[in-house]
Write a protein that binds this ligand. Structure first.
Ligand code: CTP
Ligand code: MG
Length: 181
């Protein structure tokens, strides 16, 4: 098995899911999604999930997919097959699913009495990947199965937490995020 090609293809196909979180950190703020509503005395989601961040995240994910579609003819001749193109529904599924996975994780964290920003190892690093792949599978099943064969999923499970941790530490050092996770 050519693991370099598999890894390159997997990370390329996941880019529209990776970018939304970073865009949310950059552009987030303002009114929270939950309208400050509570459930059993705790916030539904908390101030860390905002309308602006969510819309910017989905928009950035879809925009990245469009950009990858544009550069694919230029970079694909060398790496050929593994770099997929993104139909609009697939891009929308990956980007929206990434934001949704993160939102569902926030909901769970509040139910477990974790404050906004508290670390939840495992959940924090994979929530958005599970959401992205899940919604992409729902909206574009054929494309998703072809873009993410089992070895690609294995690469994603290993690489995603590392990438997530790396970008969050970077955002923290740059003063964009208040916690390094
Ligand atoms: N963000 C946002 N909207 C989202 C997701 C993230 O505005 N849908 C912004 C917020 O400013 C948030 C930051 O990105 O504080 C970091 O995101 P994340 O770590 O997911 O949120 P936390 O602040 O840790 O909140 P939670 O504990 O609920 O995950
Ligand atoms: Mg967090």
């Amino acid at each position: 098995m050519d693991w370099v090609a598999i890894a390159a293809g997997a990370l390329w196909a996941m880019l529209p899911a990776y970018v939304p979180n970073n865009a949310a950190v950059l552009f987030g703020g303002g009114p929270p999604l939950d309208g400050r509503r509570t459930l059993g005395g705790r916030r539904l989601l908390g101030d860390g999930k905002t309308w602006r961040g969510t819309v910017a995240g989905v928009g950035a994910g879809v925009a990245i997919a469009g950009a990858l579609n544009l550069v694919r003819p230029i970079v694909a001749p060398t790496l050929a097959d593994p770099l997929v193109g993104f139909p609009f529904v697939a891009a929308l599924g990956l980007a929206t699913g990434a934001m949704l996975g993160d939102i569902v994780a926030s909901f769970l964290k509040r139910r477990l009495d974790r404050e906004r920003g508290a670390a939840f190892p495992g959940l924090d690093q994979l929530d958005f990947a599970v959401g992205a792949l899940g919604l992409a599978l729902l909206l574009a099943p054929t494309w998703t199965r072809a873009a993410f064969p089992l070895p690609a999923l294995a690469v994603i499970v290993v690489a995603t937490p590392l990438l997530h941790l790396g970008t969050n530490v970077g955002a923290y050092v740059a003063g964009l995020k208040s916690e390094p996770w």
